[in-house]
Ligand binder design. Sequence first.
Ligand SMILES: [Zn+2]
Ligand SMILES: [Zn+2]
Length: 343
Amino acid sequence: MLAYTYVEQGRFELRDKPRPTLQDGRDAIVRVTLGSICTSDLHIKHGSVPRAVPGVTVGHEMVGVVEEVGSDVRTVRPGDRVTVNVETFCGECFFCRHGYVNNCTDPNGGWALGCRIDGGQAEYVRVPYADQGLDRIPDGVGDEQALFVGDVLATGFWAARISDITPDDTVLILGAGPTGICTLLCVRLKQPRRIIVCEPSAERRRFVREHYPEVLLTMPDECEAFVRAQGGHGGADVVLEVAGTETSFRLAWQCARPNAVVTVVALYDRPQVLPLPEMYGKNLTFKTGGVDGCDCAEILRLIAAGQIDTTPLITHRFPLARIDEAYRLFEQKADGVMKVAIF
Ligand SMILES: [Zn+2]
Ligand SMILES: [Zn+2]
C-alpha cells in the first residue's frame, strides 16, 4: 500500500509498504477514507519532534472504515465508520481514569500515531487501544464533517472546556489558523457575551468575517487597546492563545484582565518568558496544553446535531498519490489554504 513516510530530516516520501496487521488483541486495522495534514507533521519533517522515528508513516488526522479488530476490542466492529484519535491511551491508568488521557502512562500512550508508530497518511492504519482510539461516526455525518474530530477539533473542544467560560465573558482567541477556528467553534457553544479573534493574516481575518460575522476581529498591533475597550474590566475575561508566537504569548497575559484565565493551547518552537515582575498583582490562572482527546463521542454528537461544522476549513482536496503537492501548498500557506483533505 502507499504510505507517506518520514525518511530523514527535511524529507517525506510516498513509499510502498506492506499493509499493517493486528499486533495485539486491542488493535484495529482501519482503511483510511480521508486524512489531513497537520502543522505537527511539518514539525516532524523539520526535525523538531525528537520522538519521531525515521521510517515511520506520518499522519494523525483521519477517518476511515474498520477492516479488522483484535479479540479484545469491544466498541467497534468491521464495517464501522470511525474517527481516529490522535492520542493513544489505555483508559485504565491513573491519568486516563481522571480524563487526563494526554498523560497516559502506558509506554504507547500520548501522541504515537504518525510519530512513533505508523500513522494514517496511507491506505491503512493500525490503531492500538481501539476501544479508546476509535469513535463511531453517526449516520448522516460525512467523512469531511468528521475529519478533524480526533485532532484539531478535539483540541479546540478541550481548550474551550477547561477555560471556565461564562455567559458574561469577553473571550479573546489569539490566532485564526485551523486550531484557532476549531477553538472558536467550541467557544461559541459556551455563548459568551463577546468573542474577539486576533489574527495578523488579512486572508484569515477575511475567513473569520465571512463565516462567523458576529465575531470581533483585531490585529496584534491593536489587540491590547481593542480588548481593553471591548472587555468591561481592563481586558478579556478569558484568553485562549492558539497562535504560538512570541508576540501572541505576550499578548495572552497582557490582554487578560486581572484574575482572568489564560489557556495556552499553542505549541512553541522555543521557551517563552513570563515576566513576573510586570505581571505582579494580575493574579492570572494559566492552563497549558496538550489536549486530552477523550471527548470525541460528544463532539460527533454535536456535529450530528448541526452545532459544530468544520467543513469550511477544508479548502483543498488531493488524492494520496499527490500528497507531495498537498504538503507544498500547506507548508507555504499558499492559495488561501486552511486544511487539505487527502482522499
Ligand atoms: Zn495534529
Ligand atoms: Zn492510561
